[in-house]
Ligand binder design. Structure first.
Ligand SMILES: [Zn+2]
Length: 313
């Protein structure tokens, strides 16, 4: 028996029922009026009725579990969405739209659209501060993007050496805990201070390398740094090995799987890599649990309460 033989990957009614179980563990909620009284919600049946079609007797409107989610008004069958979500959650370095296009037998354009919707589902907004007493946080930045030397000579830009032409990613990782990353044009003393004071609990020990922008971290936090310039990588508790491990997964994913990530979409790729790291096997999350967490994230990424009764997923 393979994981991919699960009925919800193969049939539409099973896929709908599965998603209902994930999103409505206590029973359905009407996305139009918020009614959650199961006595006032009926399931419509009949040969020509779409699977999972509900009717709310409080507001008289119809809905399915897809209303108000990233799957709403998609022509792609839900079981293919569940396959795509599972594949992206189970692949440590990500799954390109080309791979999804071949595996799911949908067009490349559709696969690309699906992958970005799933990344949106993985995105976590309004995150609470990290760190605190006894929970050191490593801070570092890296560059991602296509390497000039890998491009055809005619496409190389001599200006694109080092970080030029690439996108800077700044990340914070709590040791043994979570990561959060963002795309930044540059990191300097002042925007770094803003980020750290907003994202970290007071009393957090911050670990960095000796780059200039980290020189004043000690004003707000207990700060230790290692001097990579003289070959120093670990000194007692001071190191940035955790965040460098994360960056290596991110870079292998971006250059190996996605080849090129436009700066416009980088935010979504970062959400994807952060999500998989935060729901990693090392924290006891298996592939199925991780996919369920991504499914739970599809809600509320689109307007939930709709005026139009015609918008039935
Ligand atoms: Zn209703």
């Amino acid at each position: 028996m393979s994981l991919l033989n699960r009925p919800y990957f193969l049939s539409e009614p099973a896929a709908i029922a599965y998603l209902e179980g994930v999103l409505w563990p206590e029973g359905p909620t009407c996305p139009h009026c918020g009614n959650a009284d199961s006595a006032k919600i009926g399931t419509l049946k009949g040969a020509s009725t779409r699977p999972g079609l509900k009717k709310c007797y409080a507001c008289r409107k119809q809905f399915t579990v897809k209303v108000g989610t990233v799957y709403e008004s998609s022509h792609i069958p839900l079981h293919k969405w569940l396959q795509a979500t599972f594949l992206m959650c189970a692949s440590k370095k990500g799954m390109s739209a080309h791979q999804l296009h071949r595996i799911l037998e949908v067009t490349y354009k559709t696969a690309w659209f699906m992958a970005h919707r799933i990344r949106e589902a993985m995105a976590e907004h309004k995150l609470p501060p990290m760190g605190g007493e006894g929970k050191p946080v490593e801070a570092d930045e890296t560059y991602v993007g296509g390497k000039e030397r890998n491009k055809h000579r005619s496409k190389r830009d001599p200006k694109n050496i080092g970080g030029v032409g690439k996108a800077m990613v700044f990340s914070l990782v709590e040791r043994g805990g979570r990561v959060r990353s963002r795309h930044m044009p540059s990191v300097n003393t002042s925007n770094l201070r803003q980020i750290l004071t907003a994202q970290l609990k007071s009393g957090t020990a911050v670990m960095t390398d000796d780059a200039g922008q980290y020189r004043h971290v000690g004003r707000d936090f207990s700060h230790q740094s290692v001097n990579h310039g003289i070959g120093e990588y670990v000194r007692g508790d001071a190191h940035t090995n955790t965040i460098e491990g994360y960056f290596s997964i991110l870079k292998r994913g971006v250059t190996g799987t996605y080849h090129h990530v436009s700066q416009q979409h980088l935010k979504r790729y970062l959400a994807e890599f952060d999500f998989r790291y935060n729901e990693r096997a090392g924290l006891g999350v298996n592939d199925s649990d991780r996919a369920d967490k991504a499914l739970a994230g599809i809600v509320g990424k689109r307007l939930t309460y709709r005026d139009s009764s015609t918008a039935v997923g």
